[in-house]
Design a protein around this ligand. Structure first.
Ligand code: SF4
Length: 368
């Protein structure tokens, strides 16, 4: 959803939204650029220039709140990049990735794009985000392909956000180099968790899934380095037909070699992008994959390691494990089947990915 300021011909910039006079005054005092919504359109500050809006854009503005943050482009397009009302705000650093995972929900072509968000731009967005933000995610692609300047951005976040929880999604390979692991731990904000996937218990399985020779050793070394440096690390396991039989071995590897991780997230696949292309190799219904995952989850729990289940509808998980399920799918991607209206657990269930529903719908059986 975007808005167009038809007569804007200024520079690319970040602006915060004020709907109330008090918010405008507060943002002006903070020295931030502001888009002030008034009855007849909007006014941009500090310059104080007024713009009329089309009816459809007036309507779109009803979805936005005081202190939301927007990117304003040279052609007048205004796109929200931070929502005060959401707990799912993220910095998307780059679509590019140095792995080529067969279960990636992004398409291979997208992962080859070389766009990288500039650190000054990211810092300007962060400058506009209220310090009270509860949770922010840093993601890609592989965010650390942005190079050393990403650490400047992290250092800015660390100085500004003293109480915000951060989640950094990375394949972790770069942290096999001690100086990068050390730079991350020195610059990341206080409450940061680094989420890194392990796809197999051996090079053979992991590197087949990433399609990247050497990635298993790099990722494992990266996690160990981060743990040695005292970082909070979440290990992610995306379950598929390829690693289904290896899940217990992955659990054993975590228990044996990765003492000190914060928790393990066991994740159901989103069947879009490369995952959809590789469906014949990867796909099994979530309920069947959960049967394979259950002994691994049990083993982790018995060894004192917390487990979270992401993206599994409740009806695909054994009853004793449903309390581990998180409502993890973003609201815009959630789908329920028509039968879900008969389900006693619908309020507690996070549903299924829109893009996976066509494969998973037969698996969704209302709970009593
Ligand atoms: S039937 Fe629908 S609402 Fe109920 S657990 Fe399954 S997916 Fe969730």
């Amino acid at each position: 959803m975007s808005i167009k300021l038809e007569e804007y011909f200024g520079k690319m910039r970040i602006v915060s939204l004020a709907r109330r006079k008090e918010t405008l005054e507060d943002l002006n005092r903070s020295g931030l650029d502001v888009v002030y919504k008034n009855q007849n359109g909007i006014t941009l500050y500090p310059e104080g220039i007024h713009y009329n809006l089309k009816d459809k854009d007036e309507f779109t503005f009803l979805n936005y709140e005081d202190y939301d943050v927007f990117e304003l482009y040279t052609d007048g397009t205004l796109i929200r990049c931070f929502s005060v009302a959401s707990t799912e705000n993220f910095f998307f650093i780059t679509p590019q990735c140095n792995s080529a995972c067969i279960m990636c929900p992004s398409a291979a072509d997208v992962r080859k794009l070389h766009e990288v968000k500039n650190a000054n731009w990211l810092i300007d967005i962060a400058r506009h985000i209220p310090v009270t933000a509860s949770h922010l995610t840093i993601t890609g692609g592989e965010p650390f392909l942005a190079g050393l300047e990403l650490f400047d951005f992290l250092a800015f976040l660390r100085a500004k956000f003293l109480n915000t929880e951060f989640l950094i999604l990375t394949n972790g390979r770069i942290f096999s180099i001690w100086k990068y692991a050390s730079a991350l731990v020195m610059t990341a904000p206080a409450f940061t968790t680094i989420a890194i996937p392990i796809h197999g218990s051996t090079e053979k399985v992991h590197d087949f899934i990433t399609q990247t020779p050497g990635s298993f050793i790099q990722t494992l070394t990266g996690i160990k380095n981060l743990l040695k440096l005292g970082a909070a690390v979440e290990v992610r396991i995306v379950v598929s037909r390829v690693n289904g039989e290896d899940l217990v071995n992955i659990a054993k590897l975590i228990i044996r070699d990765l003492a000190g991780i914060s928790y393990v997230s066991v994740m159901a696949m989103e069947m879009t992008g490369s995952a959809a292309v590789n469906k014949s190799v990867l796909w099994e219904p979530y309920s069947k994959l959960f049967v394979k995952a259950e002994p691994a989850i049990k083993l982790l729990l018995e060894n004192g390691i917390d487990v979270k289940l992401y993206n599994f509808p409740l009806c695909t998980v054994s009853s004793g494990y449903r309390t581990l399920c998180e409502k993890s799918i973003s609201p815009g991607k959630i789908k329920y089947s028509p039968d879900c209206s008969l389900c006693a657990a619908k309020d507690a269930c996070g549903g299924v990915f829109n893009g996976t529903y066509y494969l998973e719908r037969e698996d969704l059986i209302p709970l009593k």
